[in-house]
Structure formats: structure tokens, C-alpha cells
Design a binder for this molecule. Structure first.
Ligand SMILES: CC(C)(COP(=O)(O)OP(=O)(O)OC[C@H]1O[C@@H](n2cnc3c(N)ncnc32)[C@H](O)[C@@H]1OP(=O)(O)O)[C@@H](O)C(=O)NCCC(=O)NCCS
Length: 164
């Protein structure tokens, strides 16, 4: 069973841990967006549209956020998946795939039907396995832009306990 918590409602210790993992993994991206220290990462995650933290009992499995981009009008959706991270010891065990299915169910229920993400070349095939498609390349950063028409995944309903 995977426990789901809203970032806003977790302990300060866990907030710091998650912020520090993400800041280490994507420091350049944060700095580009004028986020230069852990306190600013925490503020960002506290205020983003959605930030979920996934736990196995009290152990951190991973995290994922949904950002609403109000400036980018190129795409007919404003919802972007970001900060998707699975802790190393939980990788290659289908946790990432199940968490993607969980967020799809969650957004689908809210009538959000299209999601985009930016990713490096090394994870394109991972997303393709969950039926994401390549949509474009960002000309300035060279990052891949992927798109998913969201669907309902009944097969994972019993695997998540939501304590949002
Ligand atoms: C990418 C990531 C989320 C995958 O999580 P995971 O829990 O290990 O993924 P899963 O176990 O659900 O993998 C599902 C399938 O994708 C494959 N896969 C996993 N990572 C892959 C990758 N980087 N490239 C290609 N395939 C990958 C798995 O082998 C598995 O294949 P199978 O169905 O044929 O057995 C995780 O490796 C991670 O957090 N990486 C660091 C942060 C990151 O890059 N996040 C993405 C930001 S855009």
C-alpha cells in the first residue's frame, strides 16, 4: 500500500528532505527560476497547484507535482507534471508507473484531461511505456516535451491510501 500525502500537510523534517532531494537533482532548473535555497524550494512546493509525497509506512518513496503554467500559451493545456522523483531503492519496481497512473486518476476526476511534461532524453522511453507521446523539443533548452491524454486506471485503485 502506498500512502499519499499533500506536501502542505507533512512534517517540517519531511518537507526539508523532499525539498533537498529535488534541489540536488534539479538545482540548475530551480536557480533559473530564481529559487536559490531550500527555504525557497519549500515555499514553491507549498504553493504549487499539487505536490504529492508518496510513502511506504513512514519511508519516503517519491514525489510529484503538477504546475499550472499561466504564461505558456503555445499549448492548449496549462497543466505540467514536474518534480517527479522516485527514491533509488524503490526504483525498477513499477512504483513510478503506478504513481503516474495515480495522478492520472486524480486529475481525470477533476476533469483535467491533458498533461504535459519536460524531460531529458534518458527518460523518454520510461514515459512512452505509460503511453506518453513526444510532442516537441524546447528550442532553447533542447528538452523533450511530452503529452498525455489522461485516462482512468482502475487497476491501481486499491494500492493507494490517500491522507491528503
Ligand atoms: C524515471 C523514474 C521516475 C522511474 O521510476 P521507476 O519506479 O524506477 O519506474 P518503473 O519501475 O515504474 O519503470 C517502468 C518501466 O520503465 C522502465 N524504465 C525505468 N526507468 C527508465 C528510464 N530512465 N529509461 C527507460 N526505461 C525506464 C523500467 O525498466 C520498466 O520497464 P518494464 O515495464 O519493461 O519492466 C525514476 O528512475 C527516477 O525518479 N529517476 C530520477 C528522476 C527523474 O529522472 N525523474 C523524471 C523527471 S522528468
Amino acid at each position: 500500500m502506498i500512502t499519499v500525502k499533500n506536501y502542505k500537510n507533512i512534517s517540517n523534517d519531511l518537507k526539508y528532505k523532499v525539498a533537498s532531494i529535488l534541489f540536488t537533482e534539479w538545482k540548475n532548473n530551480f536557480v533559473k527560476n530564481n529559487i536559490n535555497c531550500l527555504e525557497q524550494v519549500i515555499e514553491k512546493l507549498d504553493n504549487i497547484f499539487i505536490c504529492f509525497v508518496f510513502l511506504d509506512q513512514d519511508n519516503f518513496i517519491g514525489t510529484l507535482s503538477i504546475n499550472i503554467d499561466t504564461e505558456n500559451v503555445t499549448f492548449n493545456t496549462n497543466y505540467w507534471l514536474c518534480n517527479f522523483y522516485i527514491e533509488k531503492e524503490y526504483r525498477n519496481n513499477k512504483k513510478g508507473t503506478k504513481i503516474l497512473a495515480f495522478i492520472e486518476n486524480y486529475l481525470y476526476k477533476k476533469n483535467i484531461l491533458i498533461l504535459h511534461l519536460y524531460c531529458e532524453d534518458n527518460v523518454v522511453d520510461f514515459y512512452k511505456k505509460s503511453k506518453w507521446n513526444l510532442s516537441d523539443k524546447d528550442k532553447t533548452t533542447g528538452m523533450n516535451i511530452m503529452i498525455k491524454m489522461l485516462e482512468k486506471h482502475n487497476n491501481i485503485l486499491g494500492e493507494f491510501k490517500s491522507l491528503q
